[in-house]
Design a binder for this molecule. Sequence first.
Ligand code: GAF
Length: 385
Amino acid sequence: MKELDELVQESIKGFEKQFGSKPDVVAQAPGRINIIGEHTDYAGGLALPAAINRWMICCCSPNTDKTIRIYSEKYKEEYTYKLNLKPIMLNSWHQYVNGVIQVWNDKFFIDKGFTAFLSGNIPSGSGVSSSAALIVSLMNALKKLYKLKLSDLQLVKFSQGVENKYLNLDSGMMDQYASQFSQAGKYLLIDFSKMDHELIEALNDHHSWVVINSNIVRQLNKRAYSQRVRELKSAIKTALSSNLNLELPYYLSSKKISDTPSKLKRLRHFITENDRVLTAVDLIKNNKIEELGKLLNESHQSLRDDFEVSVPEIDFLADKANQFDGCYGARIMGGGFGGSVLCLLDENQFDKFSSFIKYYYKEEYDLDAEVFEVKTVGGAGVVTG
Ligand code: GAF
């Protein structure tokens, strides 16, 4: 797997080839895994993500007029337009870039355009936040280019604003937050009710985090995600306003899945998942890997049965992973309805595990799984400029 330096050098060369000069600013933003704490961020809960060694790179230089020129290495496509035009709704990767420009335009006076080259090695649609990283890399680059004064937290909020305001996604802030604030060798315990975090020392080297990309992207995922956001927020509101909140955990723990109305199931996931985040932190601090693996499995069950964001292919992959001797636990990661599974694996098992998963997934669904090992890295920022 390519290191950050190599990606940056390739990106600079790409910029030069495309635009005929060296870029003034180069910024990077990593993708992320989320160890535990899924579907909690937008409701003020807890999560435990970490940035991983997959990055988006943005090389850019200012223009003397209002022209914006952007090239995407992935799509091999250049796109040019004028700053200060009314928001344009576009498809594909243009939307993200356009959203960032609109957010800047709403907040700051910007009178000069720029030229940018976007590249990276984060697989898209695999639940490791390639789109959030794209936005965060562009935000960091433009902050430097325009010499804007804003804190990392503001930058994260603006990045979320791009998704919420311009891409019609109700997403929380976990992906952008992890991309900006992570540190190598640490996990981020984020408390979204306070919008702050604590750094947790990562597990030792006798294990690895492995992502299985199912290559399943359900078309309904955007709508279904928004529906879950609405259901959970409304369930929390009802519980808080009805004085039920103190007795609720007891009530919920007594209910069978089949007897629990869906709104309450969403709430039960939220309550138990937040607990699991705190338990996970304890287990990590005490290096209890086997128990941590079991907790990942419990999180998966809760996301499957109570939050109902899994799909058969993902359940199959999580089950298969658990059948492998050397896998401690596995769970669906990210927004759901496809995407990826995160697995906690014993050291030196990756090659065998990867072949095992690919073989059985192909046999069952005639689909290719992408399996990759990740390492924790530091957060986004300007590399040169
Ligand atoms: C997606 C969203 F973008 C995040 O904000 C978060 O809600 C996650 O799904 C689920 O935990 O990645």
